[in-house]
Design a protein around this ligand. Structure first.
Ligand code: HEM
Ligand code: HEM
Length: 178
């Protein structure tokens, strides 16, 4: 990619997915505080729809990234920072795929299959098995907290580049104002 910025598709997907992921996370924490009720089940369904949307969008995003590539690192950036940024980005992509997949598998194992947007029943790719469901629940929780922790570091790094180093990193991921 010749440009030193991300393109419009990458920028839109980045911020849309950040919103969806943070909403799914916040909603899950809120659901945890509710007693068992029809409202709780409805909110779980919304949580699942948000998460499956993340899974679908990250596949589009990865396909786009393979086709278009990413802008080269800023000139003068030390090698360790380049490696840390690339490593973080790859891990973020991995978690954006793995976390919803594990959530989907957990739902199937627990016997509550996903009906996307209340319209499209998703297939079960693991058997109904409460013990497996419990194990997947733990994995889902660990991956979710891992993702949010990494996002925190990622956002802090972006803000440090913007306000301390003032090297224009954040501008690469913001719409261009001409
Ligand atoms: C970006 C995607 C997602 C994020 C950030 C996320 C995050 C979370 C978090 C933080 C919890 C609460 C864990 C705890 O402290 O107990 C949770 C629970 C849950 N998630 Fe997700 N999740 C995502 C995707 C999904 C998907 C795609 C599904 C299913 C299709 C799903 C199904 C569930 C279910 C059923 C629970 C409740 C588990 C229980 O308490 O029995 N999640 N999620
Ligand atoms: C759930 C939240 C977020 C996720 C999952 C996420 C994920 C990612 C990923 C995977 C990339 C690499 C893009 C690529 O090379 O294809 C990226 C880039 C970037 N993100 Fe985020 N991000 C999130 C939130 C944020 C926030 C809150 C900020 C700012 C405070 C931010 C600022 C940036 C910047 C500036 C870049 C470009 C870095 C560069 O030029 O090397 N992101 N993000």
């Amino acid at each position: 990619m010749a440009s030193s910025r991300y393109d419009g598709v990458q920028i839109t997907l980045h911020w849309l997915m950040a919103l969806l992921i943070l909403s799914a996370f916040g909603l899950a924490l809120y659901i945890n505080t509710l007693p068992l009720s029809p409202v709780k089940f409805k909110l779980y369904a919304y949580h699942k729809w948000l998460g499956i949307s993340v899974l679908l969008l990250v596949l589009v995003r990865l396909a786009w990234r393979l086709r278009r590539g990413v802008p080269p690192p800023l000139a003068g950036q030390p090698a360790w920072q380049r490696k840390a940024a690339a490593g973080t980005h790859h891990l973020l992509y991995l978690l954006m795929v793995a976390l919803p997949l594990v959530g989907w598998a957990m739902s199937s194992a627990k016997g509550f299959p996903v009906v996307l947007f209340g319209l499209i029943p998703l297939p079960d790719f693991v058997p109904r098995d409460p013990d497996l469901g419990d194990r997947l629940k733990l994995v889902h929780m660990l991956l979710a907290y891992g993702l949010i922790g990494l996002v925190g570091l990622h956002a802090l790094a972006a803000l440090k580049h913007q306000f301390v180093d003032r090297d224009g990193t954040l501008r690469r991921m913001l719409p261009q104002r001409d």
